[in-house]
Ligand binder design. Sequence first.
Ligand code: F6R
Length: 366
Amino acid sequence: EKGGYDHFMIKEIFEQPRSIADSMRGRLKAEDAHLHLGGLSNYMDKLAEAKRIVIVGCGTSWHAGLVAEYLFEELARINVEVEYASEFRYRNPVIEENDIVIAISQSGETADTLAAIELAKSKGAIIFGVCNVVGSSIARASHAGAYTHAGPEIGVASTKAFTAQVTVLTLIALATAKRKGTISEETYRQLLIELENIPSKVERVFENASKIKEIAFIFTYARNFIYLGRGLNFPVALEGALKLKEISYIHAEGYPAAEMKHGPIALIDEDMPVVFLATHDSSYEKIVSNIQEVKARKGRVIAIVTEGDTLIPTMVDFVIEVPKTHEILTPLLSVIPLQLLSYYIAVMRGRNVDQPRNLAKSVTVE
Ligand code: F6R
């Protein structure tokens, strides 16, 4: 059932080229500039007219929501708020009729997320579900939605569900932008083509697996880790840190890189590994100076860079390359090495990767 792999987690990491493709199948055909989400077709006008979108989720799904915030704001120019479902539901949130709430959940059974959408629904919001499990409670409680087609995710640490969520949310943001006219024909086409290229680019990230394993070996006994990124890579930093914590039990924090100087930089010394998301995008120059700040304090830097980068490799201890893509799609590639890094570290520490202590695959109690 693990298809020859030692753990479900690694099997699911390696399944991502397929699960991402499955999440686009029948919805996207770049050649014909075709993008259609059947489950949302009756609601596309509501989406295009929305003044505000509230996204709710927990854990990794909340991270996918943070990525979606950038996508909807950038492409569709809609104001987005991303909320932890557990905070939202107990806060007497301001919800108006016709507000759109997107609930993201792999299992579709997370108690806090379900309660958050019931609350929003009672106030007249329109609820869209982005769930992986067909017929799950959240899918049923939603007015409409788009399933992720990641297939069953068995490993407790979410991997292929995250990339499937980001894929589907990208499709929704693109379809909305197209309907609203906030995206140029050229960017739209480019993004559709580039989305279709993502599965084979994920495949190319896997070519670095043995290098990532070597890095994992070096840092197996680290006690702390910091993950830093900016823009779309900020949620990826959070996700990388969460993966490491939950399966290896190493304390890890993710931060927006610019926040480092407001506190966490005090932690940097020669024992502190810092993972930088440093792909070649609009934040590149800023990230380069953040790397300098860490190196000046003797931090040990692992950088995720774009293929062909010649500057960062001269500055840091280790680099892991990912293929170049459109900036908007970066998280789909930059998260992959972080999943692998946490997996290999956890295995080397002898952890029960698929069933880490204290965690359940779906959190059906609050
Ligand atoms: C992290 C992880 C959890 C879940 C969270 C939400 O790897 O698995 O943080 O992402 O419990 O679960 P779903 O998406 O099922 O609502």
